[in-house]
Design a protein around this ligand. Structure first.
Ligand code: SAM
Length: 326
């Protein structure tokens, strides 16, 4: 499914099939009380959109779209609402009203600014990750190891190389309800029977022991750990602070639309919330960054925007070029 449509999403969203969408990225105007227009080398006209609303106009634009998006989302689907830190309040209230679970991701989009004299430089946006259930589809994503983590975590060494310690035993407050995880193992004459249970099955643990991938402590009473080798590490499990993806003005991507987001940002969102073949929706697509990332990652996509210039750019940036009559 690859679809790009011109129109008002308050209407177009009604046509999207119920529970067909795995991930929806939503980066609407921020209610910033300004207009965004740029001139590009390819066009003599100014390209962009207005972001000025009166009283309830903003909620009246956003809330009907959220209701339709929720209907179109699969039960384990994810909705990502991208907003500036200063405009967070209303979107967060709406997301908490309509979804069961929300988590705020902070995206550090730019470095500090030298031209701000009377307040602190704004360098983050917020992305509210919402789902209808407590356990939406989720694939772990990774961030590069930061220097501090790399230096302090991989302190142990064996013949394979340096390794960090991964927990394989539950703490008292997390005590498992699974009786199969309450077992004992004996290694070099010492028996380990953690009272709160193991985080893995006995079979998996015995396999890791046979491969010398379990760290047994020398201190009496201490727990064993899984060895996490530095050379095998994918990075650090992603946190809710995304400070490793640069805005397009600092990176190598060409800006074709004001407020255009980096493809890497959409790649992370799509990777963590979908699998190949799933469908990603962006009802305020702008320059179509969501479609570019979805196509790269073999996902289907549906893009809407009410601005004809935006639809032209979406077509140009994706393989849809020229197929939608623009
Ligand atoms: C912040 S931009 C999106 C930028 C996009 N994420 C990108 O990477 O290029 C917001 C877009 O919402 C569109 N928009 C605003 N209201 C809309 C509506 N009712 N229906 C469809 N699109 C709308 C604007 O035309 C604008 O292109």
């Amino acid at each position: 499914m690859r679809e790009i449509k011109l129109g008002d999403s308050r209407e177009l969203l009604k046509e999207v099939e119920t529970e067909s969408i795995q991930c929806c990225y939503f980066d609407p105007p921020f209610n910033s009380n300004r207009n965004y227009f740029i001139s590009t080398a390819d066009s003599e006209e100014k390209i962009g959109f207005e972001d000025k609303f009166k009283d309830d106009e903003y909620v009246n634009l956003i809330e009907p779209m959220i209701v339709e998006i929720k209907r179109a989302l699969k039960s384990d689907g994810s909705f990502f609402f991208h907003i500036s830190a200063s405009s967070l309040l209303v979107p967060l209230m709406l997301c908490q009203k309509h979804f069961l679970r929300t988590q705020i991701i902070t995206w550090k989009r730019s470095r500090s600014k030298n031209n701000v004299k009377t307040k602190l430089g704004a360098c983050v946006d917020m992305i509210i990750w919402c789902s209808k259930t407590k356990k939406p589809k989720f694939n772990m994503v990774y961030q590069p190891l930061d220097e501090y983590y790399a230096k302090n975590s991989y302190k142990n060494k064996d013949s394979r190389g340096n390794y960090a310690l991964g927990h394989i035993v539950y703490t008292h407050s997390q005590k498992t309800k699974n009786k199969n995880r309450l077992y004992s193992i004996t290694h070099n004459g010492k028996t380990y029977s953690p009272l709160a249970g193991w985080r893995m099955s006995k079979k998996d643990l015995e396999h890791l022991i046979s491969e010398d991938r379990i760290h047994f402590p020398s201190k009496a009473g201490a727990n064993p750990y899984k060895k996490i080798y530095k050379h095998e590490s994918l990075g650090k499990p992603c946190t809710d602070l995304w400070d490793d993806i640069h805005s397009i003005s600092q990176g190598s991507e060409k800006r074709q639309y004001p407020t255009q987001k980096p493809v890497k940002l959409l790649e992370r969102i799509i990777e963590m919330s979908t699998d190949e073949g799933d469908i990603v929706l962006d009802p305020v697509a702008g320059s179509g960054t969501t479609g570019v990332a979805a196509e790269k990652m073999k996902r289907g996509y549906i893009l809407f925007d009410k601005n004809p210039e935006s639809v032209k750019i979406c077509n140009k940036r994706t393989s849809q070029g020229g197929q939608n009559g623009f």
